[in-house]
Ligand binder design. Structure first.
Ligand code: AMP
Ligand code: MN
Ligand code: MN
Ligand code: MN
Length: 309
């Protein structure tokens, strides 16, 4: 990761800026915007982060870097620290795992080509989901879900919003339970990025690769540790020890796994929308003391710096 000093001419800087407060304490390094399946625009996300007193925020949309320029500009205006990121959908041993990239250069060709293949799969998957839902009597779900998306990326959340709106379930959570998870009528399995490829794209873009919300995968302890070993072998360096979707026990379990595999610890809410009470921007447990934070060598404290490839 290359750090540029504040004195560099703006025209010579890559587009992404990061401004980190001297006493940084809250690092929310996993969030979503309308560029993927969040409901907050990139600009509003940064405004919200500023209001919440978040010291550094990473925008990590699913399989796209579309929102980063808008978020970076807003962060610069508001003096909020910003880390350009992405959350890549990957396949590992028939499981879907999410790999967060932090400090990436979105101009990286290898990264963008990789992400484009995932969005292509998403487009086909969305049409297939529409066809499968049609078979159980739910019409126009593809068009309906697309209307909830920003047009560049379509995900299961957009279907969930459409199905709730049309009374097929009372909440998005229930839509997932009844229609959109493995074995349910609207679920379409498929091949995402290979784990090694997801990590390689992030490394090519000058970023750090982190396994997102590790306690959410239906993996035994042994399988999870195999994933961590393979991830580290591939060049992955971080584990999201603190997540908006982890409880206290899960956090401490993940802290020990991170220690065992010498992985750096990351923290993130996985914020998607202002309504969700357990994924509030910048609101999560403190990192256990045994952890080495992923930001430990981010050259803190900083005044105004830019992170790029
Ligand atoms: P996709 O990447 O399009 O397959 O969608 C994955 C996204 O769906 C996750 O990032 C979450 O935002 C959401 N999601 C997955 N499982 C659930 C669930 N059980 N309840 C609510 N949202 C979920
Ligand atoms: Mn999501
Ligand atoms: Mn995820
Ligand atoms: Mn996420």
């Amino acid at each position: 990761m290359r750090i540029l000093s504040a004195s560099d001419e703006k025209k010579n800087l890559p587009f992404a800026w990061v401004t980190i407060a001297a006493m940084a304490t809250i690092f929310d390094l996993h969030t979503h915007s309308t560029a993927s399946d969040g409901t907050t625009s990139p600009k509003e996300l940064i405004q919200h982060a500023a209001e919440q007193g978040v010291d550094a925020v990473a925008l990590t949309d699913h399989d796209t870097t579309e929102g980063l320029a808008e978020a970076a500009a807003a962060a610069q205006n508001l003096g909020v620290s910003f880390v350009p990121g992405v959350e890549i959908s990957a396949s590992w041993n028939r499981h879907v795992v999410h790999i967060v990239g932090l400090g990436i250069d979105p101009g990286c060709k290898q990264l963008q080509e990789g992400l484009a293949t995932l969005r292509q799969f998403r487009n086909w998957r969305a049409e297939e989901m529409g066809r499968r839902l049609e078979k159980i009597g739910i019409n126009d779900a593809f068009e309906g879900a697309r209307a909830f998306s920003n047009g560049t990326l379509i995900g299961r959340c957009h279907f969930a919003r459409f199905l709730v709106k049309h009374g097929h379930a009372e909440s998005e959570k229930k839509v997932f339970q009844h229609f959109l998870t493995h074995g349910k009528p609207g679920y379409v399995p498929g091949k995402w990025a290979e784990l090694e490829d997801a990590v390689a794209w992030i490394l090519a873009a000058g970023g750090q690769a982190v396994i997102a919300h590790p306690a959410r995968y239906p993996l035994t302890r042994t399988k999870l540790r195999r994933l961590l070993a393979e991830f580290a072998d591939a060049g992955g360096v971080g584990l999201e020890v603190v997540s908006g979707s982890h409880n206290r026990d899960e956090t401490f379990t993940m802290a020990r796994h991170a220690q065992d595999f010498t992985l750096l610890a990351s923290t993130g809410s996985d914020y998607h929308d202002p309504e969700n009470p357990w994924r509030k921007l910048g609101r999560f447990q403190a990192l256990p003391e045994i952890c080495t934070p992923i930001w430990h060598d981010w050259d803190l404290p900083l005044t105004t710096r830019a992170i790029s490839a």
